[in-house]
Design a protein around this ligand. Structure first.
Ligand SMILES: NC(=O)c1ccc[n+]([C@@H]2O[C@H](COP(=O)([O-])OP(=O)(O)OC[C@H]3O[C@@H](n4cnc5c(N)ncnc54)[C@H](OP(=O)(O)O)[C@@H]3O)[C@@H](O)[C@H]2O)c1
Length: 226
């Protein structure tokens, strides 16, 4: 199974890529420019000190979407629509994980505030754009900071809330994400719950600033017998 990360050259995409590579998964970094994706792959090999890694490659977003079985979107919200439009012909039958969060900076106020997209959440925006293209949309990774993911010698001390309307897709995505040490996945319910989950990111950013850290995350307690 190949995991293609669209916009995988940025902070969140690199963090997710590095963790899945460490878990032995086959990863494709996608970018608007294939050369930039290839450079990101070299960067990951240097960071992991493994020049001969053969489970990661860099491609254009379109080729990554074509080749990937599970697609993950990690672009700024302003790039969501154009990126989706550029790959939508390749998503049929695939799981499409939306990790984007609609955040905007607010001059003189909270550093990053949530804004409500037309469809209610970024994940539902993705669903509306890909509607009719046969992708199964899952929302995940929204509350996990790139700093925690990039701190790849340590466990990620966070839960990952998973929203989506297709139970099988959520199960597949959860099992995959739980290969990242420390992360526990929680089924947050239907895709509509992304409206709440995405908002928590804004809260977490504020908490991380106030507590002068980059690793603050979310843990839900009492759901499972551990
Ligand atoms: N960073 C975090 O800690 C974090 C945590 C949770 C959720 N998220 C969410 O994850 C998403 C990605 O965050 P990030 O911090 O990784 O973002 P980023 O580093 O600013 O951007 C990620 C990638 O998106 C592509 N991109 C940028 N502008 C674009 C444009 N105008 N059109 C098309 N592609 C563009 C770029 O890839 P190419 O130039 O290679 O195409 C870039 O490397 C965001 O929606 C964010 O809210 C981030």
């Amino acid at each position: 199974m190949k995991i293609a990360i669209l916009g995988g050259t940025g902070d969140q995409g690199l963090g997710i890529a590095i963790r899945f590579v460490q878990a032995g998964e086959n990863v494709i970094i996608g970018s608007r420019k294939a050369e930039k994706a290839e450079k990101a792959v070299e960067e990951i090999k240097e960071l992991l000190k493994e020049k001969n890694l053969d489970n990661i490659e860099g491609l254009s977003n379109e080729d990554a979407a074509k080749k990937g079985d599970i697609l993950i979107l990690t672009v700024p919200i302003t790039a969501q629509k154009p990126t989706l439009e550029s790959v939508k012909e390749f998503v049929n039958g695939k799981i499409f994980v939306d990790a984007t969060v609609p955040l905007q900076s607010n001059l003189g106020g909270t550093p990053m505030t949530y804004f409500i997209p037309w469809e209610g959440s970024a994940a539902e925006e993705t669903e509306a754009i890909l509607k009719g293209n046969g992708a199964k949309i899952v929302s995940a990774f929204n509350n996990i900071s790139s700093s925690s993911l990039m701190n790849f010698n340590e466990k990620v001390d966070c839960d990952c809330l998973i929203s989506g309307d297709d139970a099988d897709s959520k199960k597949i995505v959860s099992e995959l994400i739980e290969k990242i040490p420390g992360i526990e996945c929680i089924d947050a319910g239907p895709l509509e719950q992304a409206r709440t989950v995405e908002r928590i990111t804004s809260l977490l950013i504020g908490l991380n600033i106030r507590y002068k850290t980059h690793y603050g995350g979310l843990r839900i307690t009492g759901l499972k017998q551990k």
